[in-house]
Design a protein. Structure first.
Length: 263
């Protein structure tokens, strides 16, 4: 089968390396995510999973290689016959298509819930306040927090704050949503509700998801593909049924055995 064109991918990493000094975090990484696909990254701490999300959010810059989002290069621009590193303005333009939900919620504590959802769409997308607020109310209803519109984040539980963070990411109308261990800061009894919400969003929208999680049940239940990482490399790339039931690689079997035993 012939290799699909770049336009068939929502996300494409091509020969991406990331180093911090002598420490190699990602080493010649190549992978793609199709539009609307839900891809989950698993693997031990320090294997490079979160670095992938940070590169997509331009919180870090690649050492070498290129990243494309919906056919447009995020990391570089063409000058004549060569590619040069993209400036901040270009990266911001491409990054508008990407939303991210962090481990620690990252809500603005001085703003009420409504402002947390409207500030970025007004400033970055040019929405009117009325449009942004209408969208915010819809999203708060979606995440079950329509009664918290005038609350401050400190008045909410951890699970409620994470739901607001999800709604805030969706308010930017992203094509891509990045999830970085979104349940790791939550009390155990709150985890199921947040994961159920994310599954509903994945099933009812055309958003492309790239998810880092230690919740293996969630990864198996919601993913189209699962990538197993170790030392900056993809060890295994398979459907969740295949990877969790009959992994090909010993490193995957070792990791799953340790994680599931600990769980």
């Amino acid at each position: 089968m012939s290799e699909p064109s770049t336009e068939d991918y929502m996300i494409r990493f091509e020969d991406v390396a990331k180093r911090f000094g002598d420490h190699v975090v990602l080493d010649g990484l190549n992978f793609t995510v199709a539009p609307g696909e839900f891809v989950t990254l698993i693997g031990p701490s320090g294997s490079g999973k979160t670095t992938i999300l940070r590169l997509l959010m331009t919180l870090e810059q690649v050492t070498s290689g290129t990243i494309h989002v919906d056919g447009e290069c995020l990391t570089h621009v063409r000058r004549g016959d060569r590619l040069v590193p993209a400036d901040e303005k270009h990266q911001q333009q491409v990054r508008k298509r990407i939303g991210m939900v962090f481990q620690q919620f990252n809500l603005f504590p001085n703003m009420k819930v409504l402002q947390n959802l409207t500030e970025a769409p007004i400033r970055s997308l040019g929405l009117s306040r009325a449009e942004a607020e209408a969208r915010a109310h819809e999203l708060l209803d979606l995440v079950g927090l329509s009664d918290k519109v005038h609350a401050h984040p400190t008045q909410l539980s951890g699970g409620q704050q994470q739901r607001v963070a999800i709604a805030r990411a969706l308010a930017m109308r992203p094509d891509v949503l990045l999830l970085d261990e979104v349940t790791s800061a939550l009390d155990p009894e709150l985890v199921a509700g947040v994961l159920r919400l994310l599954k509903d969003i994945a099933e009812t929208t055309e958003i492309t998801f790239l998810c880092v999680t230690h919740e293996m049940g969630f990864a198996r239940d919601v993913s189209d593909r699962v990538l197993m990482f170790d030392h900056g490399h993809i060890v295994e790339d398979a459907s969740p049924d295949k990877l969790f039931s009959e992994p090909d690689h010993e490193r995957t079997r070792e990791f799953l055995s340790a994680v599931l035993e600990r769980g």
